[in-house]
Design a protein around this ligand. Structure first.
Ligand SMILES: Cc1ncc(COP(=O)(O)O)c(C=O)c1O
Length: 379
């Protein structure tokens, strides 16, 4: 099956009692045994839930993986992956990961004895040079949040295999519609489902997908043991949203390209970061590993005041954390999503005080372009 067909049908079978075509919300915490020690395969809601199971199957299929696991947030998905590792292990991590991922690793997990090296993983030689005897995980975000930096999936996967290091990719920014890291030999894919997968800014969720039996067993154990599982209702909403992921991603992509074509004409913009621009430093890799460019654009307006005036004068784009919804959003990473990243590190990555990040929605592109042009007059 192709993507849009899988998104609608994988994991979803007509429900047994009524034939309902939509997987019901099994809003239950527990299941009655037929007699002591005999059940129907369901025992307790944290461990297993049919609504969650349907979603997990669907997500695994969309990422071309064998196993999917859902979590109550993207951060709990990241946490489940890092929990596989032990004190004394070393992790190489993209320096431009989501600020919350950096905070989790640097301010919590580090204290449990896991070491981290944050580097620019776009530079493959840098990854090779950072490997130590105890390196057990390479954690990559591609494209990165918010600089839209790219890591070569095939190259990083080869390094992982050669050195027996697990490689995990956060695929939140581009989604399985445009990129399938497992196809390049990556071991684990994760998402903040809060973003494009759900796409309607009305739930918080996360997921982990893998084809590796050993990793799947560990994640399943951690999911149940730590218990950061999503509610059946949230699973239902994500499942419902996935049915239109293909159509939404095409619309996000089309709108973002149209906006970029306008932005490059405007002299007030110092820099534009978008994977669809031919002058992106990794355009060749992008063409090889991505089937589209997505809906995220970052622009550098130079000064904080310019960023502030621009944000405050938009009418359709709303100033908000998060991304990937049908509605267009704008954020100022230095004070919002990446506020927990130290200033010197932020500046090294390119998150200047003048940088704003656009999450281009699926409204009419003419309206979005007018909105941006109007706000640019105020800087
Ligand atoms: C790339 C990326 N990964 C992970 C997360 C964390 O996800 P959540 O907010 O659902 O916990 C985010 C949140 O913005 C993100 O942008």
């Amino acid at each position: 099956m192709k993507f849009a067909t899988k998104a609608i049908h994988e994991g979803t079978k007509p429900e047994k009692i009524t034939g309902a075509v939509t997987t019901p919300i099994f809003q239950t915490s527990t299941y009655a045994d037929e007699k002591l020690g005999v059940n129907k395969g369901y025992d307790y809601g944290r461990t297993i839930n049919p609504t969650r199971q349907a979603l997990e199957k669907n997500l695994a299929a969309l990422e071309n993986g064998k196993y999917g696991f859902c979590f109550s947030s993207g951060m709990s998905a990241v946490h489940s992956v890092i929990t596989i590792f032990k004190p004394g292990d070393h992790v190489i991590c993209s320096d431009n990961v989501y600020g919350g991922t950096y905070r989790l690793f640097e301010q919590i997990i580090k204290d449990y004895g896991i070491e981290f090296t944050f580097i620019n993983t776009s530079d493959i030689d840098f990854i090779k040079k950072s490997i130590r005897k105890n390196t057990k995980l390479i954690y990559v975000e591609t494209p990165t949040n918010p600089m839209l930096g790219i890591t070569d999936l095939e190259a990083v996967s080869k390094i992982g295999k050669r050195n027996k290091i697990i490689v995990c990719v956060d695929n939140t920014f581009i989604t399985p519609y445009f990129q399938n890291p497992l196809d390049f030999g990556i071991d684990i894919v994760l998402h903040s489902s809060t973003k494009y997968l759900n796409g309607h800014c009305d739930i918080i969720g996360g997921c982990v997908i893998t084809s590796n039996n050993d990793i799947a067993e560990k994640i399943k154990f951690i999911q149940n043991a730590i218990g950061a599982v999503p509610s059946p209702f949230d699973c239902f909403l994500i499942q419902r949203s996935l049915k239109t992921l293909a159509q939404r991603m095409r619309a996000h992509n089309e709108n973002a390209i149209a906006i970029c074509n306008e932005l490059i004409k405007n002299k007030k913009i110092k820099k534009i970061f978008y994977p669809g621009l031919k002058n992106h430093p990794h355009y060749k890799i992008i063409k090889r590993q991505m089937r589209g460019f997505g809906g995220m654009i970052s622009i550098d307006l130079g000064l904080f005041k310019s960023a502030e005036n621009f944000c405050n004068n938009l009418r359709i784009f709303q100033i908000a954390e998060s991304l990937g919804g049908v509605e267009s959003l704008i954020c100022h990473p230095a004070t919002m999503t990446h506020g927990s990243v130290p200033k010197d590190m932020r500046e090294r990555i390119g998150i200047t005080d003048g940088l704003v990040r656009l999450s281009v929605g699926i409204e009419d592109k003419e309206d979005l372009i007018e909105d941006i042009k109007g706000a640019l007059k105020f800087i």
